[in-house]
Design a protein around this ligand. Sequence first.
Ligand SMILES: Nc1ncnc2c1ncn2[C@@H]1O[C@H](COP(=O)(O)OP(=O)(O)OP(=O)(O)O)[C@@H](O)[C@H]1O
Ligand SMILES: [Mg+2]
Length: 306
Amino acid sequence: MSTKRSSDPVDHDTIAHVLIEALPYIQAFHGSTIVVKYGGNAMVDASLKAAFARDIVLMKLVGMNPIVVHGGGPQIGDLLDRLQIPTKFIDGMRVTDTATMDVVEMVLGGLVNKDIVSLLNAAGGRAVGVTGKDGNLIRATRMTIKRESPELEVPEIIDIGHVGEVDTVNGDVIDTLVNNHFIPVIAPIGVGDDGESYNINADFVAGAIASHLRAEKLMLLTNTPGILDSDGDTLTGLDRREANGLIRNGAIDGGMLPKVECALSAVEAGVHSVHIIDGRVQHAVLLEVLTDGGVGTLIQNASNDA
Ligand SMILES: Nc1ncnc2c1ncn2[C@@H]1O[C@H](COP(=O)(O)OP(=O)(O)OP(=O)(O)O)[C@@H](O)[C@H]1O
Ligand SMILES: [Mg+2]
């Protein structure tokens, strides 16, 4: 923006209006926990990543408690390709043998986690990255896939290796960080009873953490404008009945399934609202939290007050 434009009185009005529009939101969400899941697919562009980091730092500085959970599917795929480790997917889940799990842990807990930590710190924040292993934050159990077919009397159980589900959340490490004014950045790796690492879908980790903390908001950033219906239009809201219908007719599938499931469970567990928003839009988080014009799909418990 040039000096001339910013000294224009009309612009001053606009700027003041935008800043004042944020005031009630800053007041309402002061001290609130806001869990933000940053999807691997929305994390590829450098300027978007920098804008995301500034949004999170601004939220922290105006008194909210943002907690970042990240994915990293594309980044894991890249390194597996470079290492020439072949990958197989069953029902959208990556079959994760020990060699693949080593790569998953290096990419999520190392590259992607520290990349986000560095961006937040470069934007003036104080971020600390952890995986679900740190402080036993996420206890996981092994996930198996059940296949039913008319030829089989009992469903076939398929072992997909080190893929886990959240069993319990121990929030001590998050509390310690938040109480000391740090922004926690969490990689979706859980630890089993045997000490083994488990790769968990980041949406489920974000949902479980938001539920455990009874967060005010859970925001799931992805690479679509929100949840789309069968015509490709963005749904502004959704309840369990509508979601089931859209899953049955195939309008919701793939990577959107865990998001919808974790969004509905989170509101049922007491999270006030879940927002599925387009992480490809610059400053999508700030636009959602601090302005009247929310973007994407909003999911709230029917019994929640508006
Ligand atoms: N009804 C739907 N509305 C929107 N997206 C849908 C729908 N059904 C399926 N999808 C798919 O879900 C994808 C988003 O999930 P995906 O797991 O690929 O990304 P992510 O969760 O943001 O990233 P990551 O898994 O790396 O954390 C979309 O790109 C789209 O292809
Ligand atoms: Mg996903």
